[in-house]
Design a protein. Structure first.
Ligand SMILES: Nc1ncnc2c1ncn2[C@@H]1O[C@H](COP(=O)(O)OP(=O)(O)OP(=O)(O)O)[C@@H](O)[C@H]1O
Ligand SMILES: [Mg+2]
Length: 420
């Protein structure tokens, strides 16, 4: 079989893989039906012992199949979690192993489709996997490198995700020399690059001098989901509710774990269940804690998170939406307004904009020096995130990229340049 090169964008929420074809053309592979994105999710099916990935993983979980759903697995990188194990039915699997399984399946699907074997990869990485922890960043990249090796890649190199997006933008939209700021606001991280782009520069082999700044912060769409859940759904399950003893509230940890994609499964442990039963006995609002128990006992945490994420996405187009919480309690309906989402997540949007300012400072540039701002990543669709970002660059031309494909395509351009 022909040996080929690829670009791999392993995202917190979605993954893409682009192939460099024999004639030098590049294209994203269809990874699930016609979709070029594969949701970064794995479902371990306890009924048949198999594992599903992507939309199929989410569908199996939502259908009530006995098993365990893992999402936001990239978030384990750069933290101690990556070397820990989680219980499946009768076995245990490390987070590293889960990522390997997901990426191996991604690679094989693209290989089958193109009848090639990918041996060389340009792997994307956020500028920072974790905040203020260079050792954590290095460990995260090393873990990804080892995983890539395990699944059969022979030559492995990395590129920052926002630089990759810049390369895709340059290829498609840039006709004259300019300074661009690329903002890639994804599921787990917000990344910025300031780059000098242009048709003549595109051909150069070393672009190091064109990169004026790179910075990022570990905030993404999953954090917006968490804060929206804590503001709208978790209070219905007893978050911030009083205990019988005066001045005490139900402990917040159960709720924050359930609201955080990467931690949901921890809320299902026998120890936590026992603790929550005790909380119910001491609660002044036991009818609310009963709902929390229902969610834990029926493992509905991801179902709630999916519903919260759906509401968040809907609010990008509409001013109000309803949350379907009937699985928890048939009488429970909640409406949520865009204004509530904005209020609950205002500080996240501001911290993202603050990082953009830091990136400008790093480059030694003033806002007026930026000719164009290129927006990619699903969370740039959030109106208030977009507004807060663009407020920092009032004069720049705004270019909307392929929100879910730019990084993968840019990594593939880079794979062609590096490996041919
Ligand atoms: N219309 C929308 N409005 C708001 N958010 C959206 C919309 N569509 C998708 N999102 C959010 O975008 C995020 C996924 O974006 P993307 O696929 O760019 O992330 P990723 O590349 O997987 O993550 P990362 O690059 O941070 O590792 C999710 O949090 C999703 O909820
Ligand atoms: Mg991304």
């Amino acid at each position: 079989m022909a040996v080929a090169s690829c670009g791999l964008d392993f995202g917190t929420s979605n993954t893409t893989l682009g192939a460099v074809e024999a004639d030098g053309q590049i294209a994203l592979a269809a990874l699930e039906g016609d979709h070029t994105t594969l949701p970064s999710a794995v479902f371990f099916n306890f009924e048949d012992g198999g594992a599903a990935v992507g939309r199929a993983a989410l569908t199996s979980y939502v259908a009530g199949t006995e098993g365990r759903l893992m999402r936001s697995i990239k978030s384990a990188l750069g933290t101690a979690l990556i070397n820990e194990e989680t219980a499946l039915q009768r076995s245990r699997i490390s987070f590293r192993g889960i990522i390997a399984r997901f990426l191996a399946e991604t690679k094989q699907r693209a290989e089958r489709q193109g009848a090639v074997s990918f041996e060389r990869v340009v792997h994307g990485r956020p500028v920072h996997f974790v905040d203020g922890n260079p050792d954590g960043d290095a460990a995260a990249e090393q873990a990804l490198r080892e995983i890539a090796h395990t699944i059969g890649f022979r030559e492995i190199s990395f590129q920052y995700e926002p630089i990759a997006a810049a390369l895709d933008y340059e290829q498609r939209h840039v006709t004259a020399e300019e300074i661009a700021l690329v903002a890639d606001i994804g599921g787990g991280t917000s990344d910025f690059s300031i780059v000098r782009l242009g048709p003549a520069r595109r051909e150069r082999s070393d672009r190091g001098d064109d990169i004026l700044a790179n910075d990022g912060v570990r905030i993404g769409g999953t954090d917006f989901d968490r804060d929206l859940s804590l503001a709208t759904v978790m209070p219905l399950l007893g978050y911030n509710s009083p205990m019988l003893r005066p001045n005490l509230m139900a402990p917040g940890r159960y709720f924050s774990d359930l609201a955080t994609w990467s931690l949901i499964n921890f809320a299902y442990s026998p120890r936590i269940r026992a603790e929550v039963r005790q909380v119910r006995r001491e609660s002044a609002r036991p009818e609310l804690i009963d709902r929390l128990l229902t969610v834990i006992e029926h493992r509905q945490g991801h179902q709630l998170a999916i519903e919260v994420e759906r509401a968040k996405v809907t609010l990008s187009d509409r001013l109000e939406t309803t949350l379907d919480l009937a699985a928890v309690d048939p009488d429970l309906v909640a409406t949520v307004a865009r204004a509530e989402l904005e209020q609950a997540t205002a500080s996240l949007a501001q911290r993202i904009a603050e990082r953009l300012r830091r990136c400008l400072h790093q480059a030694g540039l003033a806002p007026g020096d930026i000719d164009a701002v290129f927006l990619t990543g699903g969370s740039t669709l959030l109106p208030h995130v977009r507004r807060d970002l663009l407020r920092e660059l009032p004069e720049a031309r705004v270019v909307d990229g392929d929100k879910f494909g730019s990084v993968g395509l840019g990594l593939t351009l880079e794979a062609r340049r590096r490996y041919g």
